[in-house]
Design a protein around this ligand. Structure first.
Ligand code: GLC
Length: 512
């Protein structure tokens, strides 16, 4: 530090999430948790990661600890240990939480009917563990861990990250006894709302991109919570997610058949060839390959992508969709595949396939209706795969339209999440792709940007400092040798205007 003063102790953060890569993964929450926790630890923060125990996870150096359940609803215990690629982790076992899938009953394709009780039990047990040794900051993520705050002393500093406002944990008022003493904050319109209570009580609310932080304060993006979010003022901030380079950089990703980087894209051809073989969409010729990796939900605009298959066929391209999710969307994808057998392929989600699609495709399609951050567009840019996205949330913050801003463009941004608008962006991308020097320039710009967790994790540390109202030394704080995304021109705008700067954080101590 410039004044020579030293921090007394490292900042201690308890970080609670329903998912973390290498322990429990359903969607981007798992990647975001593991990526941020790993980077915070590298930057000197002492992070105690807590995840529910869904079953079947082995830990190294395991120690078990029984936990007092404040709700008295059965035994709970903590398993403290280590996991390769993630480091120290505590898995909390509470009544009913262990299941074959964290959220969904495979027999019905819908959520387990007792999800509310399961996650409330987990929260009570996690709160009991936190109370044994309170940290400087408790950082909660999404509705599954939000009720922990109902058990905590108001003096304990708390941060809530919203990864997706579409999931709020709305439940009947009759479950109030499963919340802690601060349960009144969770009452909303005659029901209980797990996320709403934490939005009110947390010292700081973070969401995963600056544009999404702005969108959720308005009726159109706020999912009914816009009043609470708007009321947070400058204690609601957006920090975009990052991507773990070891996992997604094509020169480091061991899942790929060949490695490549921005100076030599030859290896990308081998990935493309393998992708076309795996999808059965040969021959390996010059027609562009469009990839899409998404949970099959309305949010991701899978129906928009499927509706564009005729256009894709008309301009001689191919579309590979990888994902799991809603059975009706999967059936829709299968029907489209039957109709356009030489153009479109739907493959179930599998880690290696997802990596192959991201690295081997020419274009990556993300026609999301809303997108808190989105990770595939950043993973794609790392691999020289040109993203074609809608101008919403984190997509708008990470992709710069190459027609609107030719000198810095990294992809193509559709104005609206509609078939016409996304079709137009796709056509613009196809034209750019056909122009080899232009294509290479767009690819190389995306590959040169810093998509790692370095900047987001530093922004999070500054937020922690602000929330605590005290200074914390960042031991690795040195000038970055990569392009600083925040200095690039703003990306193309959709119809949501304005954004919250991800380096904007409360500089004054906040009221608790
Ligand atoms: C959710 C959001 C996605 C975000 C991810 C991680 O899955 O839908 O946009 O990237 O969480 O924060």
């Amino acid at each position: 530090m410039s004044d020579g003063s030293r921090p007394i102790t490292p900042l201690r953060v308890v970080f609670v999430s329903a998912e973390a890569s290498r322990v429990a993964q359903v969607g981007g929450l798992a990647d975001a948790t593991a990526g941020l926790v790993n980077k915070l630890r590298q930057l000197g923060v002492n992070v105690h990661l807590i995840v529910p125990e869904y079953g079947g996870v082995e830990l190294d150096d395991e120690i078990r600890e029984p936990l007092p359940m404040p709700t008295g609803s059965g035994p709970a215990f903590a398993r403290h240990g280590h996991r390769r690629g993630l480091g120290a982790v505590t898995l909390i076992s509470a009544p009913g939480i262990a299941r074959s899938h964290p959220y969904l009953d495979p027999r019905t394709g819908f959520g387990w009917t007792d999800n509310n009780e399961r996650f409330l039990g987990f929260c009570a047990a996690a709160a009991a563990l936190i109370e044994l040794d309170p940290p400087d900051i408790v950082h909660l993520n999404d509705w599954h861990s939000a009720p922990i705050i109902s058990w905590l002393e108001p003096s304990l500093c708390t941060v809530l990250t919203i990864h997706n406002l579409a999931h709020q944990g709305v439940m009947p008022a009759a479950l109030a006894h499963l919340f802690g003493p601060r349960r009144a904050a969770f009452e909303r319109h005659g029901e209980l709302n797990a996320l709403a209570g934490a939005i009110v009580l947390a010292d700081l609310v973070v969401t995963v991109s600056p544009s999404y932080a702005d969108e959720i304060t308005r009726p159109r993006g706020g999912n009914g919570l816009e009043d609470l979010l708007h009321a947070r003022g400058d204690t609601l901030v957006g920090i975009r997610n990052g991507v773990e380079p070891d996992e997604w950089r094509p020169d480091l990703d061991l899942r790929l058949p060949a490695s490549f980087d921005g100076t030599d894209l030859v290896g990308k051809r081998a990935c493309r060839r393998m992708l076309l073989e795996r999808a059965g969409l040969g021959p390996v010729d010059n027609r562009p390959v469009i990839g899409m990796v998404a949970r099959l939900t309305e949010q991701k605009g899978v129906d928009i992508a499927l509706a564009l298959t005729s256009q894709v066929e008309a301009f001689g391209a191919r579309l590979v969709l990888v994902g799991d999710g809603e059975p009706t969307l999967w059936r829709h994808a299968e029907a489209t595949q039957r109709q356009y057998a030489t153009t479109m392929r739907a493959l179930p989600f599998e880690d290696r396939t997802a990596h192959l699609v991201v690295a081997g495709s020419d274009l990556l399609l993300m026609p999301s209706r809303f997108e808190p951050c989105g990770l595939p567009q950043m993973q794609a840019m790392l691999s020289g795969t040109i993203p074609v996205v809608t101008g919403v949330g984190g997509l708008r913050d990470t992709v710069i339209d190459a027609d609107l801003t030719p000198a810095t463009g990294t992809g193509f941004v559709a104005r609206d999440p509609t078939v016409a608008s996304v079709g137009d962006a796709l056509e613009r991308a196809r034209r750019a792709w056909a122009d080899r020097p232009r294509r290479t320039a767009i690819q190389q710009r995306g590959m040169a940007l810093d998509w790692s967790w370095q900047q987001p994790a530093k922004a999070m540390i500054r937020c922690y400092q602000g929330a605590l109202g005290r200074q914390f030394e960042d031991p690795t704080d040195k000038p970055s040798d990569v392009i600083d995304l925040t200095r690039l021109p703003a990306p193309a705008r959709g119809d949501c205007q304005g954004s919250r700067n991800d380096t904007h954080f409360p500089s004054r101590p906040m009221s608790r």
